[in-house]
Design a binder for this molecule. Structure first.
Ligand code: NAG
Ligand code: NAG
Ligand code: NAG
Ligand code: NAG
Ligand code: NAG
Ligand code: NAG
Ligand code: NAG
Ligand code: NAG
Ligand code: NAG
Ligand code: NAG
Ligand code: NAG
Length: 860
């Protein structure tokens, strides 16, 4: 049956014109105890695990996600091999690897430890994909047997094209910067998932749904129900079965896990009998039965059963939500009473209600467990049946948010949260544009978000913020994910940017009505008395306080972009109104938030003496400061230095070692610094800040082998280690801004008319420490290639640029020039002490060299 379905799916995918290429990724190195690491060569490398050498460590060198497999060529008897996965090396020493993921299951294995049961020679592949890792270990669990494996690796549905071969590319005279540029493409290669490349992890069969150990998935139909009884049939295939009631739709609430009697022949040798004792109901409250760094859950209470919980036998379990707690009935016998006092409810958990009576239900056995579930029924206290589902039809997949992924989308991170976070996409989008050129991911992600817009209530017009891959559009208002208001602005900006890059008229026309509604939905955020961004819609700004510089400036930037789009749509009233809003916000920021004593912007009206680097970043990006204000606020960043980077605001303590430095927000600052620097080549106010960000913060991601993954990180501690401990994502596109900043500002290629029909070549030449840079940028018309070199002590700039047919470039440099030559012919127009502006003809390559009358300094 399963095979039939798989075949049918493949056929449907082929008919739909989707082909997911797969690639087998082998480790680069392997290491067995006490020996040195060795190069792994498929075909000739074989590894024997035995009681004297039970562990092998595999190193894939850079991040890779996919289906782990191994090929056992011989074994001395049935064996069990535990696999563990981690992005950082030290995760292999932790009991749960760098997991588990408790915020969503990501259509992947939410556990980072799994066990292969190998009974005969041949290939074994995990049922689940692992989202992403550099490191893996394999450990033989049997003390008296051995297994020889030739060929171990990951079958990946993601793109592993080497960075140098991608459509977009960047290289410069600084090898460290080249490594930093490469972090972005490798990250989006693993964090963007092609349509169909994340199939459902629930297997629907005529016997019910077969569930393997994974973070639970919840029904979208029960979020409003309270005080009900959930009943279902379940058959444990291995280990136990797991479910939830009174839980939030993203899985925060009561969590129940029933273990079997652990029969010897079907029990894994590494089953954690202290976490899940046999014949016992384990009851937790929160996300999971174990704590995860930033997502804590209550302690687990254990209720041993008097009956024997047999595997491979159906039983009916009912859970009733009652005033003083929960009652569990097994096969209609009242078996366990769980008083509310047994729950440890940790207050102030985000995304949960802490309401012990209300919320939906969900299913998910624990690590390596397998169980069937069918005939689910939910009954109100008065006896009314609220829900009934046999769980034998594929329609449950949408309801539980666990369908095959329907669209090519970019996630926030390869291993977690594996959600389509809308705000993160503002970075992801530009990394993709500068490197992999995968327009399917850009359009797919935009569609995924824009198709999920709230239609009524106080959030009407807002786009969802973090849909899961398996989630259909119809439940958008049930998931209610809108709270971060800056994310609304970012997704609008991404939409505008996609049009600028593509001139995709059809897409613009199709989504304009939704986008316009989305813009109108945030207009009320302008506070009528301050003219700044306030929280008149329920939610928060991730960027900082209301009436603050950062949120108000991002808002101004967004309204400016939206006004330009309205002009293209020939909606002149909207265009005029929206650009007034943008101007008004900038004026209000300058009038109320410029702190002349500090020489920079205040964080917000409420904290006039506090400053934030993200305020400076968005102020500059929104063209709010004049040149001297910009220079002065950049110099004032030095007061925010903390370890290898900048702390978010001056209010953050210098001594708290758990403070995270944010590559995400630092990315906006990096763009602002280069925007300033590119336009002010004779000023070096920004040098120190560029040095901090590139040689401090981003260098940390490439120079420490024990943490290196070839990809960009979510957070970093002030001492340069990855932030948030093992939980942190080492493949988070939001940490990869240097990729697009280098391409757009150091190489200096940016579209200036929709679809790159016009583009500018305006590199940052001064104070970057670089003597040359070269690269290529994909456009709808072909690839732009460009390079520059600064020679003769900053007196000569030599550039080359090739413009695809149908696109016209302009070399633009704010440098005082004495003489310009195009293909060795002197150009006199627009080449003087006010700067250089030289057209680059379509379909041609131009070699332009400039003799400067005032030299530039490349030193930092
Ligand atoms: C890797 O090695 C195995 C075992 O020798 C072989 O069957 C397989 O075809 C090889 N894979 C590739 C991609 O070469
Ligand atoms: C391993 O596989 C064998 C053969 O299918 C099966 O009999 C046994 O129960 C399995 N063991 C576990 C722990 O799942
Ligand atoms: C088993 O579970 C306990 C918690 O009950 C935990 O402390 C321990 O680390 C776990 N061990 C392994 C190997 O997972
Ligand atoms: C998680 O940590 C909190 C706070 O440290 C603690 O109170 C709670 O009992 C822990 N939960 C689990 C499941 O260990
Ligand atoms: C559920 O029951 C609790 C306790 O009896 C009660 O306080 C609450 O109002 C009930 N909720 C609903 C929605 O009926
Ligand atoms: C029974 O309870 C449900 C859910 O609370 C409610 O919708 C329904 O109207 C009630 N029916 C009767 C007959 O009271
Ligand atoms: C990460 O980036 C998004 C996009 O700006 C932003 O909204 C969010 O606040 C950032 N998170 C942090 C604290 O780094
Ligand atoms: C923002 O400004 C408005 C108008 O002065 C005020 O009502 C609101 O309290 C301010 N919010 C904060 C956090 O200062
Ligand atoms: C901010 O600093 C100025 C001058 O240093 C001081 O007069 C003012 O009281 C401070 N404001 C706040 C809210 O701390
Ligand atoms: C820039 O703005 C500041 C603060 O409003 C002002 O003092 C300064 O004169 C302005 N500089 C220029 C060149 O306009
Ligand atoms: C410059 O010279 C190259 C090589 O001869 C030629 O292909 C190109 O068309 C010339 N460019 C322009 C703008 O004439």
């Amino acid at each position: 049956m399963r095979h039939l379905w798989t075949a049918l799916r493949v056929l449907l995918a082929l008919l739909a014109g989707v082909s997911n290429s797969e690639v087998i990724v082998y480790p680069r190195y392997y290491q067995q105890s006490r020996r040195h690491r060795e190069l792994y060569k498929n075909g000739s490398t074989c590894v024997t695990l035995s009681p004297s050498s039970p562990v092998v460590t595999l190193d894939y060198e850079t991040e890779v996600g996919g289906y782990p497999f191994l090929h056992a060529t011989s074994l001395s008897g049935p064996v069990q091999v535990e696999a563990k996965y981690s992005e950082a090396r030290d995760g292999l020493d932790a009991p749960y690897g760098d997991g588990p993921w408790v915020f969503s299951n990501g259509l992947s294995n939410s556990f980072r430890v799994e066990t292969f049961n190998i009974t005969q020679p041949g290939s074994v592949e995990s049922f689940f994909q692992q989202g992403g890792q550099r490191w893996q270990s394999l450990r033989l669990l049997n003390g008296d047997r051995s297994v020889r494996m030739c060929s171990v690796g990951i079958r990946s549905l993601n793109d592993r094209t080497p960075v140098k071969e991608l459509p977009g590319y960047f290289e410069s005279s600084n090898p460290l910067y080249n490594e930093i540029w490469s972090l972005g493409p490798r990250t989006v290669q693993q964090a963007c998932i092609a349509k169909g490349a994340a199939p459902t992890t629930w297997e629907v069969t005529p016997l019910g749904v077969l569930l393997r150990g994974q973070q639970s998935a919840q029904s979208a139909l029960g979020t409003e129900y309270a005080n009900y009884t959930l009943a279902f049939d379940t058959k444990i295939v291995r280990g136990g079965t797991g479910w939830r009631v009174a839980t939030s739709i993203n899985g925060y609430g009561l969590s129940l896990s029933l273990s079997s009697n652990y029969p010897a022949q079907s029990t894994l040798l590494n089953t954690n009998r202290s976490l899940l004792p046999p014949n016992t109901l384990a009851v937790g409250y929160g996300w999971n039965l174990v704590n995860q760094t930033s997502l804590t859950s209550g302690r687990v209470s254990y209720f041993p059963l008097s009956l024997d919980v047999k595997e491979n036998e159906w039983m009916r379990i009912a859970t009733s939500i009652e005033e003083t707690g929960y009652r569990i009935f097994i096969n209609d016998q009242p078996s366990i009473t769980i008083p509310l006092s047994e729950l440890q409810i940790i207050p102030e958990q985000r995304f949960g209600t802490d309401n012990v009576y209300t919320g939906t239900w969900g299913f998910g056995p624990y690590q390596d467990q397998i169980a069937y579930v069918k005939n689910v029924e939910v009954r109100a206290r008065n006896g009314t049946i609220l829900y009934h589902n046999a769980m034998t039809s594929e329609s449950i997949l949408g309801e539980y948010g666990i369908m095959d992924n329907q669209e090519s989308v970019c996630l926030d991170g390869a291993k977690r949260d594996r959600l389509v976070w809308s705000g993160d996409f503002v970075h992801t989008h530009r990394i993709v544009s500068a490197s992999t050129g995968r327009v399917d991911f850009i359009k797919g992600t935009l569609r995924y978000i824009l198709d999920r817009q709230e239609s009524s209530g106080p959030m009407a017009g807002l786009f969802t913020m973090s849909p899961a891959m398996g989630q259909p559009t119809e439940y958008t208002s049930i998931y209610k994910a809108y709270g971060l208001l800056d994310y609304q602005m970012h997704i609008l900006n991404s939409f505008a940017r996609y049009y600028l890059e593509s001139a995709d008229e059809r897409f613009l026309q199709q989504y304009w009505p939704k986008v316009k509604t989305g813009v109108e939905a945030i207009l009320p955020l302008v506070d009528s008395s301050t003219g700044l961004a306030s929280l008149s819609i329920p939610g928060v700004f991730f960027l900082g306080d209301e009436n603050g510089t950062a949120a108000s400036a991002l808002f101004a930037y967004t309204m400016d972009r939206m006004a330009k789009l309205a002009e293209i749509m020939e909606e002149s009233d909207a265009a005029a109104h929206w650009s007034d809003v943008a101007r008004g916000l900038s004026l209000a920021i300058n009038k109320q938030l410029w702190n002349s004593e500090l020489g920079t912007y205040s964080s917000s009206l409420a904290s006039p003496n506090a400053t934030s680097f993200i305020g400076t970043a968005w102020a500059i990006l929104s063209n709010t400061p004049n040149t001297s204000q910009a220079a002065s606020s950049i110099r004032a960043l030095s007061s925010l230095r903390l370890g290898i980077g900048y702390k978010l605001t001056s209010d953050v303590s210098d001594s708290d070692p758990s403070t995270n430095i944010s590559p995400n927000l630092s990315g906006f600052l990096l763009e602002a610094l280069f925007a300033y620097s590119r336009d002010n080549p004779y000023n070096n106010s920004h040098s120190e800040a560029v040095d901090v960000l590139l040689n401090g913060l981003w260098a940390a991601m490439v120079t420490q082998d024990e943490y290196y993954s070839g990809t960009s990180w979510e957070y970093v501690y002030p001492d340069g280690r990855p932030g948030l401990d093992l939980f942190t994502s080492h493949a988070h596109p939001w940490g990869g801004a240097p990729t697009y900043v280098f391409t757009e500002y150091i190489l200096g290629i940016q579209p200036t008319a929709p679809g790159f029909t016009k583009w500018s070549f305006r590199p940052t030449l001064a104070h970057t420490g670089l003597n040359w840079a070269k690269g290529r940028v994909p456009t709808p018309h072909g690839t732009i290639e460009a390079s520059w070199k600064v020679e003769r002590n900053g007196r000569v700039v030599s550039t080359t640029a090739c413009s695809p047919k149908g696109t016209w470039g302009t070399l633009s440099l704010p440098l005082a020039a004495r003489e310009c030559r195009l293909n060795d012919t002197v150009v006199t127009r627009n080449c003087d002490r006010d700067g250089v502006l030289i057209p680059i003809e379509d379909g041609k390559c131009s070699v332009i060299s400039i003799l400067l009358s005032r030299p530039v300094s490349t030193s930092t």
